[in-house]
Design a protein around this ligand. Structure first.
Ligand code: ATP
Ligand code: MG
Length: 384
């Protein structure tokens, strides 16, 4: 609570209000250590929930001579029926982009150094190392008040590992540029031009469509699904109205499969909306009996099979863990990232496997305690 005055000025809220945000844990400190990685920063604060006009995940960095705010990325709502949603929500033509399946970061510059901030408002040491390889300095020296909102994808990252993109390890693709103070998103054409001028990669553009051509978008999503891709985000070219997302059945099922492998950690809140989506999608696509049956099988299998697998795994004496690999330039990044994950309350174990082309391959094993304990207790005769 050292920076009440600074926070009150940056947030434009009175001191009493800031104190009350602290008391209710809406405003809290964010992961920070006094080390070279954070040099020049004296403290970091974040919004754990949306409040007082600030989004969840808003980050405030206090440095020696100033404080800066980095607004949270807004929630993107989902269309259940594509046709009616597009018709109702967009004023005119729509930009359709691929929705990449990875994790959301905001890239910003603090005290002349680039950092990657997670959705929740934490500076992630692993992702920061990744984005610092992206030649972004020129962009930020010219545009210190902007943030790049990007999706990090690839098979070697700590959050969402997908091997369906042409990415060997990890990479990031910008989908929005935000004014860090106001949270306003730039119009599509401005974002495109800025990225192109600075050689920054963006998410794939699938086309710009008249609203009445929405069936073509539905078709695109079906094709994406067949290629293991997630779906689309539909945007107003001027960003006057909030974007809308829509995903393929394969991607919904992929999520279910993951959630039910670790059913007690992720399961219940997850299923309802995903099952509802499947029904609306089937109706909108006008599926026949066979197609519908195939969908039912796909959904059912995504729920039951991974649970059966986890139960058998446990019966064999294995613990329910998730394993993934990351690749880092320096061992310090791995060490800092391990401390970061533990601070997030995760039970992780890091082992450095080998050094390849100047990078350390690290295997991370994450214990899914809740699912692990639950299966254990049921196997020992406990009741639900
Ligand atoms: P939310 O719906 O609150 O944004 P979520 O975790 O439920 O969060 P998703 O279902 O993955 O998110 O959908 C929104 C996210 O999709 C964005 O926050 C962003 O990270 C990601 N994304 C991927 N591609 C795009 C894109 N082309 N445009 C916008 N967002 C994209
Ligand atoms: Mg996502």
């Amino acid at each position: 609570m050292d920076h009440i005055k600074e926070l009150s000025e940056i947030l434009n809220l009175d001191v009493q209000r800031v104190k009350s945000l602290f008391r209710s844990h809406v405003l809290t400190t964010s992961f920070f250590e006094k080390s070279g990685f954070f040099s020049g920063i004296s403290a970091l604060y974040r919004f754990d929930k949306a409040s007082s006009g600030y989004e969840k995940g808003t980050l405030i960095a206090i440095t020696e001579d100033e404080g800066s705010i980095f607004r949270g990325y807004p929630k993107i709502r989902r269309a259940m029926l594509l046709g009616p949603a597009i018709e109702k929500r967009f004023p005119g033509r729509v930009v359709v982009e691929e929705k990449l399946n990875g994790y959301n970061i905001r890239i910003c510059m603090i005290n002349d150094r680039i950092f990657a901030v997670t959705r929740g408002g934490f500076i992630c040491p692993f992702t920061t190392e990744v984005v610092r390889e992206g030649n972004l300095d020129e962009f930020f020296f010219e545009n210190p008040d902007l943030m790049l909102c990007a999706e990090v994808v690839g098979p070697e990252n700590p959050y969402v590992q997908k091997d369906v993109y042409e990415v060997d390890s990890v990479d990031f693709f910008v989908f929005d540029i935000m004014d860090r103070r106001s949270g306003k998103l730039l119009p599509f054409s401005e974002r495109k031009e800025l990225c192109e001028n600075h050689g920054i990669k963006q998410v794939p553009l699938l086309g710009i469509f008249e609203k009445r051509k929405w069936k073509r978008i539905l078709e695109i999503v079906r094709e994406l699904g067949e290629r293991g891709r997630e779906g689309v985000v539909i945007k107003d070219p001027e960003m006057r109205v909030p974007p809308v997302k829509y995903t393929s059945s394969q991607s919904n099922c992929g999520d279910l499969k993951y959630a039910f492998t670790y059913f007690n950690d992720y399961g219940s809140s997850f299923v309802f909306s995903r099952v509802v989506r499947e029904a609306f999608q089937s109706v909108e696509l006008g599926e026949d009996k066979d197609e519908l049956r195939e969908r039912c099988l796909r959904v059912g299998e995504s729920i039951i099979l991974p649970m059966v697998e986890s139960i058998t795994r446990k019966m064999k004496g294995d613990r329910i863990t998730e394993k993934f690999r990351i690749r880092v330039k320096s061992p310090e990044t791995a060490e800092l990232f391990e401390r970061y994950m533990r601070r997030m309350g995760l039970k992780v174990h890091f082992s450095v496997l080998e050094k390849v082309d100047g990078r350390y391959i690290v295997e991370v094993e994450k214990l899914m305690s809740s699912t692990d304990d639950k299966i254990d207790s049921i196997l020992n005769g406990e009741l639900w």
